[in-house]
Design a protein around this ligand. Structure first.
Ligand code: Z5A
Length: 218
């Protein structure tokens, strides 16, 4: 059976994941690959409802860290089985804007839930489905804040419960991503995301290109 490649993009808010996923998808499609782009939480009809509950619902103000952990992983369990596994089995390139490293960083380090329990929940949600490669886009917090400010000035305000956390929370999340990247250097590649988008894209391409299966052209 042909097998696709599963690549996840991680980092703090505004690090440029969506921008780089779009650029990488275009490169891959241009050389003949079938590409699936996804986001977490979300990516399926059930997952998008969970995303709304997690981020924007008026009913979410009292959400506990434990409920947040489980909802993130309910969305993920659905995405893995409904989309990711069939797409990989069909040989597609699957690019996901966040995956389980975000849970370790946000719910584990950020919300300070027990890291072993967080890992158990993730393991239950994903089973054997693991990324082949994770691109960790690192940007300093000032760069991230400035990018989000300029983006927000062009969009109507939409409340986001997770973004309402305090600065210390986001510092713990950033630290968590650093620990994850240092702990799994084979899978997680550190990318300096503070450079211009085309330069970041070129660095990503250097990492991704050698991993690509040959695309048959008859
Ligand atoms: N979360 C969690 O807690 N636990 C989990 O398990 C999972 C997620 C899976 C999802 O939010 C939230 O869920 C997130 C983590 C949590 N919470 N927070 N806070 P989301 O999906 O709405 O957003 P996000 O994932 O945080 O990403 P983002 O804010 O959309 O940013 P991005 O995709 O990384 O960046 P971008 O949209 O590509 O770029 C942001 C802006 O910067 C934009 O205006 C770009 O044009 C600009 N940009 C991008 N690249 C560059 C460069 N290189 N130079 C200059 N400007 C740039």
């Amino acid at each position: 059976m042909s097998k696709g490649l599963f690549i996840t993009f991680e980092g703090t808010e505004g690090c440029g994941k969506s921008t780089q996923i779009k650029l990488l998808a275009e490169h891959l499609q241009a050389i003949g690959h079938r590409v699936r782009t996804l986001r977490e939480p979300g990516g399926t009809p059930i997952g998008e409802e969970i995303r709304h509950t997690l981020k924007h619902s008026h009913a979410n103000t009292a959400m506990t860290a434990e409920a947040e952990l489980l909802l993130m992983n309910a969305s993920r369990a659905q995405l893995v089985r409904e989309i990711i596994r069939p797409a990989l089995a069909a040989g597609e390139m699957v690019l996901s804007d966040r995956f389980y490293d975000s849970t370790t960083a946000y719910q584990g380090y950020g919300r300070e839930l027990d890291l072993n329990q967080v890992k158990s929940v993730i393991d239950f949600a994903v089973g054997e489905t693991r990324p082949n490669l994770t691109l960790f886009l690192h940007v300093p917090s000032e760069v991230s804040a400035e990018r989000l400010r300029s983006r927000q000035s062009t969009l109507p305000f939409v409340r986001d419960r997770i973004e309402e956390a305090d600065r210390k929370f986001f510092e713990r999340v950033a630290h968590g991503f650093g620990v994850i990247a240092a702990g799994e250097p084979q899978r997680v590649k550190f990318i300096n995301g503070a450079r211009p988008a085309d330069v970041v894209c070129a660095s990503i391409w250097e990492i991704v290109q050698p991993l690509l299966p040959k695309v048959g052209r008859w």
